[in-house]
Write a protein that binds this ligand. Structure first.
Ligand code: ADP
Length: 191
């Protein structure tokens, strides 16, 4: 059986930052739906065109779109011990779709690793990232506001979903990159 880790947390929690060292240490394939969508936009595909307006307004793209991208990656990726899902699932419907996908191949979610930071820190981190990475969805305060709102409304309910499944593991995301990384490694070594 492969390992399927979900890297969970609000926008700006540091998921993308931590993902690199996690995939390296545990030989996982990093699947970031945000990155996959941004490369579709950059490539000017039909999917990218559809996603662009939604992302730049701080809304989610339709569940079926991201589910399709993830399913394709599961099918086409070989030679890894598992996957680190970053930014997926983001809704209860996506979580249920993931469970169904994995069930078909006799697999299941290993754990949901949640990096938690307060809303005030979300805004600070994203404002800082906007100056470095130049992401269109980071630059406008009202878009960031909407992403935080969308997180609370649509994504936060997943905490209860994975807690009920006995798979929810929370990490304090406040601190240096190294401190947070150590907390994650300490946890994952035990899983
Ligand atoms: P962040 O973690 O900072 O919110 P991401 O790079 O994960 O940023 O995602 C950027 C945007 O891409 C999201 O605001 C959303 O519009 C879209 N997106 C990413 N993943 C999903 C998903 N699983 N479902 C729907 N939309 C998604």
């Amino acid at each position: 059986m492969k390992m399927y880790f979900i890297l969970f947390g609000p926008p700006g929690a540091g998921k993308g930052t931590q993902a690199g060292s996690m995939v390296e240490r545990y030989h996982l394939c990093h699947l970031s739906t945000g990155e996959l969508l941004r490369s579709e936009i950059a490539a000017g595909t039909e999917l990218g065109l559809q996603a662009k307006a939604l992302i730049e307004a701080g809304n989610l793209v339709p569940d079926a779109v991201v589910e399709g991208m993830i399913a394709a990656k599961f099918r086409n990726t070989t030679g890894v011990e598992g996957f680190l899902l970053d930014g997926f699932p983001r809704t209860i419907a996506q979580a249920q779709a993931l469970d169904r996908m994995l069930e078909e191949s006799g697999e299941k979610v290993t754990a949901c690793i949640s990096i938690m930071i307060p809303d005030t820190l979300i805004q600070q981190r994203i404002a800082h990232r906007a100056t470095i990475e130049g992401r269109a969805d980071d630059a406008r305060p009202e878009v960031v506001e909407n992403r935080i709102h969308t997180y609370h409304a649509k994504t936060e309910p997943l905490i209860e979903f994975y807690r009920e499944a006995g798979k929810y593991q929370e990490i304090d995301g406040v601190g240096t990159i190294e401190q947070v990384r150590e907390r994650i490694f300490t946890l994952m070594d035990l899983l």
